[in-house]
Write a protein that binds this ligand. Structure first.
Ligand code: DQA
Length: 150
């Protein structure tokens, strides 16, 4: 059975390319999907690519991912939770509750930005954290998940 990786994007990431390009670059979310698809094709794993602006949808996606990982169908999740990173106890609880492997990802180096971006509710529940590599962080994080999966 072909295993898969879920790349999950939270609020405002649908605006990539037009949103603060000095911070996030000019690549669109569709460009990011192509980067992720290429990385998954090379590794022989399937890709599910999801974006939602709604916290509850992200929680549902993490719960589903946990069930799929338990069933041996999913290797893990690359999760850019956007601003919910800095606000959401519910997403922290969802990662823990679903027992799903998550790589927390940020396009920008959040620690070099405003103080309110320095704290992450997700990091204590995540397996790994990646920030500051621009959109190339996505294929790098996929590579990291693959390596962890052995
Ligand atoms: C982000 C960083 C967050 O602080 C911000 O709210 C985002 C994007 C990033 O990818 O750098 O929406 O997660």
């Amino acid at each position: 059975m072909t295993q898969k990786i879920l790349v999950l994007n939270g609020p405002n990431l649908n605006l990539l390319g037009q949103r603060e390009p000095a911070v996030y670059g000019s690549a669109t979310l569709a460009d990011v999907q192509v980067l992720c698809q290429t990385a998954c094709d090379l590794a022989g794993v399937a890709l599910e690519f999801v974006q939602s602006n709604h916290e509850g949808d992200l929680i549902d996606a993490l719960h589903r991912a946990g069930r799929e990982q338990a069933a041996g169908e999913l290797l893990g999740v690359v999760f850019n939770a956007g601003a919910y990173t800095h606000t959401s106890v519910a997403l922290h609880d969802a990662i823990k509750g679903a027992q799903v492997t998550v790589v927390e990802l940020h396009i920008s180096n959040v620690h070099a930005r405003e103080v309110f971006r320095h704290h992450s509710f997700l990091s204590p529940a995540a397996k790994a954290v990646m920030a500051g590599f621009g959109v190339q962080g996505y294929p790098l994080a996929i590579g990291g998940l693959l390596q962890m999966a052995g």
